[in-house]
Design a protein around this ligand. Structure first.
Ligand SMILES: [Mg+2]
Length: 263
């Protein structure tokens, strides 16, 4: 497996991506078509729905059994996209025009403030608030998307939808600094996310082997301090395969995907 990834990364280093990375001119791409398939899973599989319920049921159980260790106010930190908000309509629209994510179309989507929520999410966060826990929304949506994101959250009556509790990305995609800000004057009950970097800097833009190693190290935290939501459409799990090079062409991505398969 590692040999294949290494080989793929060497191939990528040699490639210079001059083509617009997100457009797939031929209309045939393992990567884009793969996203169509996994988007159908997100939208239509009762199993996806069950996984979301499972995550939020565990979160509620953990909250009910939580023993505080300080007098600081309690807080829960959550990611937004594919943790609380469901952007599968955006992904579906992109797939149907043979494109992956791009920042321009994404900004148009978030401006509409029409994302749905994941099953179980809204009732959990309302329940946590009813137990006196503050909710902090740490998202890598841009600061420019703050107002529309806030509007989207308010449509569902989510708690703590104010500027202090919504923390978009300003300088870095790492969420560590923002987590530390919350931690400075709160006791963190748990964190929720669909991407491992939502939980710890151990997972910030790390190579494949370190992601795997640090996941093993953190084994006891999953389902405990860390509540993971499923996302097979996108995330660092995919980006790491491309060595976090976001400018590859669909053909280059396809080569990597085929090279990393365990045969
Ligand atoms: Mg997310």
């Amino acid at each position: 497996m590692r040999k294949f990834i290494f080989g793929a990364l060497v191939l990528l280093t040699a490639c210079t991506a001059t083509q617009q990375a997100t457009v797939n001119p031929t209309g045939q791409s393992v990567q884009v078509d793969g996203k169509l398939f996994t988007t159908v899973f997100q939208q239509k599989a009762a199993e996806y729905r069950a996984l979301c319920f499972q995550a939020y049921n565990i979160a509620r159980l953990r909250l009910d059994n939580y023993k505080r260790s300080s007098q600081k106010p309690l807080a829960i930190i959550t990611d937004l996209d594919e943790t609380l908000l469901d952007n599968s309509k955006y992904q579906a629209a992109q797939c149907l025009i043979n494109k992956d994510y791009d920042s321009e179309s994404w900004a148009k989507w978030t401006a509409r403030a029409e994302a749905d929520t994941l099953p179980g999410a809204v009732s959990f966060f309302k329940y946590a608030a009813s137990r006196g826990v503050e909710i902090y929304y740490i998202t890598n949506r841009n600061e420019t998307e703050r107002q529309n994101t806030m509007a989207n959250l308010r449509k569902f009556g989510l708690p703590n939808t104010d500027d202090a509790h919504l923390m978009p990305r300003s300088t870095t995609s790492s969420k560590e600094e923002r987590r530390q800000k919350v931690l400075a004057d709160h006791e963190i009950v748990m964190l929720l996310g669909d991407n491992l970097a939502d939980f710890s800097a151990l997972f910030d833009k790390k190579p494949f082997s370190e992601r795997e190693k640090n996941t093993n190290i953190s084994q006891a935290d999953f389902g405990s301090r860390f509540i993971v939501l499923p996302n097979s459409v996108y995330g660092d799990w995919e980006s790491v395969l491309y060595n976090y090079n976001y400018k590859l062409t669909p053909a280059q991505k396809d080569s990597v995907l085929k090279a990393v398969l365990v045969k």
